[in-house]
Design a protein around this ligand. Structure first.
Ligand SMILES: [Zn+2]
Length: 379
């Protein structure tokens, strides 16, 4: 192969295409050292070859046909190895932690508890909380100060809030003439928040400021990836409908004097190009009656939907937040609901909520991975 550089690092034979090496030259002329970005304008040579290769102790120097010199450290090359095994390792250590799916019966085991003050004070606790959240899709923060602004400090540790038309933060409390069913004390059906947003919020942060002393007020939480796996295996026809038929998700109303009319179309289970679940969109209340699919799809789709909804209840874990808990979960993976409850004069249930995007959480996890030295050679 005359288009590849072959180099042995720690006894392993690694191969790298010349065009890729030249493209990724790290000299200051080719790569800006502080912007950490490639800087050429339009002069990539697809058929470039080396004139000379010199193997040093820690690095290899390539002199190209035009005289330009590139230097690559062996470790830099090793962690960019093109084998699937090496690429999987990079995915796990740096890109995104692998998700682990769960059944509701396992909820207490998978749902880790984290201390508010530790998250505010230490990077290790912050990392641990975000890591568990990304793997299992849920992680609870305990011992939150009894302040309506308490979530600000932990959000600030991650990044910043994702605002929606319900405000920067939102208060979940019973309001009779509400613009959203979440603001009633009745049973709140299975849903993901804001499925009518194309850029849906990544995680849901719900600080339990006052919990009800009545019966009810518990959350049901279910792993949408677990349901998807189950339906794919046991009900392939329904899986096809749930992953292919577009549903119109909607929200209409007024908040703080501003009107909103949101529509977004996507199947209940959105798959990526690898056939993996990318996002779960679900909401009993926020599903539009406009159904833009051929009429013969309707009945079969409702059968599939009914199965999905039944499984939401069957595979759900149950959790009742206590005052001072912040329930944090993956809003594009978990489906949640809440049992009805009864307020009284002295006890008005109140949650303070906010959202953060997954872009920011993964970003923080990677920064902490590097800072805390969890990067296992991926420098
Ligand atoms: Zn260069």
């Amino acid at each position: 192969m005359d288009k590849l550089l072959t180099v042995t690092v720690d006894g392993e034979v690694l191969k790298f295409p010349f065009v890729w090496l030249r493209d990724n030259c790290l000299c200051e002329q080719c790569f800006h050292p502080t912007a950490k970005s490639r800087v050429y304008w339009s002069d990539l040579h697809l058929k470039i070859k080396p004139k000379e290769i010199t193997e040093g102790k820690d690095s290899i120097q390539v002199t190209w046909e035009d005289g330009h010199k590139s230097n690559f450290e062996y470790n830099w090359l090793k962690i960019r190895n093109f084998t699937p095994e090496s690429q999987r390792k990079y995915d796990e250590v740096i890109y995104k932690p692998t998700k682990i799916t769960w059944h509701g019966e396992e909820f207490n085991d998978i749902c880790s508890k984290h201390d508010y003050n530790q998250i505010v004070k230490t990077d290790e606790a912050l990392y641990n909380w975000l890591y568990k959240l990304s793997v299992y899709g849920v992680a609870i923060v305990k011992n939150t100060p009894n302040s309506e602004n308490a979530i600000d400090a932990i959000i600030d540790r991650v990044a910043f809030i994702k605002r929606s038309h319900y405000g920067v933060k939102f208060v979940v409390q019973h309001i009779s003439n509400t613009n959203n069913l979440a603001y009633l004390s009745n049973n709140l059906q299975m849903h993901t928040d804001l499925p009518y947003y194309e850029y849906g919020p990544g995680i849901n942060i719900l600080h339990c400021f006052v919990q009800t002393v009545s019966k009810g007020g518990e959350n049901l939480l279910v792993d949408g990836h677990y349901i998807a796996k189950y339906i794919k295996k046991n009900h392939p026809e329904e899986y096809k409908l749930l992953t292919e038929v577009d549903i119109e998700w909607n929200d209409m109303g007024t908040e703080d004097g501003r009107e909103f009319f949101k529509l977004y179309r996507a199947p209940i289970i959105t798959l990526d190009k690898y056939g993996e679940v990318q996002r779960i969109n679900f909401s009993v209340p926020q599903r539009s009656s406009h159904f833009l699919t051929p009429i013969e799809n309707i009945e079969p789709w409702y059968r599939a939907y009914s199965l999905f909804l039944q499984l939401c209840h069957k595979f759900a874990g149950k959790f009742k937040s206590e005052q001072g808990d912040i329930l944090v979960f993956d809003n594009i993976r978990l489906i949640h609901s809440r049992n009805g409850y009864v307020d009284n004069e002295n006890n008005v249930r109140k949650l303070i909520g906010a959202y953060i995007d997954w872009d920011e959480i993964y970003c923080k996890l990677r920064c902490l991975t590097m800072k805390l030295g969890y990067n296992k050679g991926f420098n």
